[in-house]
Design a protein around this ligand. Sequence first.
Ligand SMILES: Cc1ncc(COP(=O)(O)O)c(C=O)c1O
Length: 395
Amino acid sequence: MEKRRVYFDNNATTPLHPGVKQAIMEVLDVHGNPSSLHAFGRHARMLVEEARGKVAAFIGAKPDEILFVGSGSEGNNTILSILNSQCRMCEYNTCSGKELVTTKIEHPCIMETSKCLAERGIRVTYLDVDRDGKVDLNQLRDSVTLRTGLVSIMMANNEIGTIQDMKTISRIVHERGSLFHTDAVQAVGKVPVNVDELGVDFLTLSGHKIYGPKGIGAVYVRKNAPFCPLIRGGHQERGRRAGTENTIGIVALGRAVELRASEMADEEKRLRRMKEALRKGIAEKIPDVHFVGHPTDSLPGTLNVSFEGAEGEAILLYLDLAGIAVSTGSACASGSLDPSHVILATGLPVECAHGSIRISMGRENTFDDVDYMLTVLPDVIGRIRSMSSAYARRQ
Ligand SMILES: Cc1ncc(COP(=O)(O)O)c(C=O)c1O
């Protein structure tokens, strides 16, 4: 009998949507360079611009406010590097302030870029979050000043799923005359995102989190906002990102958002029901667990749970043996076993941070997957705890 497999790691990356796969197959033979003036080039250009229109429409932007990039990480680096730019070649030159305000729970592509900016003399403030992962708004009010050039706060957290109060944050930031960027890589395509309603100046999204391929992303740059290219060279993307366009990836991203537009609302409801069933089942079947993340303002399919007396990596490996794929906050990017900076920022003790796993569900998951998880997980946790002398001593 074939081994049962359950993919619960959709926040790491999502399986390609069959509709996106079809779109990719159709565009594989379009080899023209979108910058070429002949018919081959014009055809590729038309496809790129069509996709730009779809991405723009999906988040309530105008097509010329969308810039295609190679990943969410590149998009985030591009926007943060505006602070670093002193260059008079830039379209709108630089931000007025030179300080950055961000949070303690950002993705490493923001954290590492912030560290690099700090090395170059830019003052960076990292905002605290509460037990549910919500940003401290009073600290935000106090931290954003006339010297702040940019505030970068993720819309939804990749590890714990917490969604921030975006409208309040953007109001506070703009009242103080600063600019607001959000890393919406985990939010776009899972919950409604409209750049005007949120009041953001910059927003980043990524294809492979929404059933598109890896290696394509987009950045929203509000008209007349400051900008400075990260990659210089040719005039592609209106001089904002040099390099021949990834026509296949761009067309795929366009199709991915189009499919999200028709599937997202029903899926969101279904995933929330599945998550609740999973949360309830875990709470009933397993003692000494802590759920991390906001109970309601949260991504529909993301559940982060910490088990006392069990290491996240051990849980991951045992679940993998049973065919279930989840992730832990540590290890993933760095190969280190440091506890997750996100879980620690919520105030949970280090032991709990070590014992947490992220279950992230997506469009292909079913209630049967939830049931299977609930039959396997209690046994896995029981076995790991039975080997833990520290847990035994506590009993
Ligand atoms: C919140 C968040 N931002 C940025 C990224 C980076 O996106 P990409 O993998 O496209 O570089 C990720 C990927 O995990 C993410 O979850």
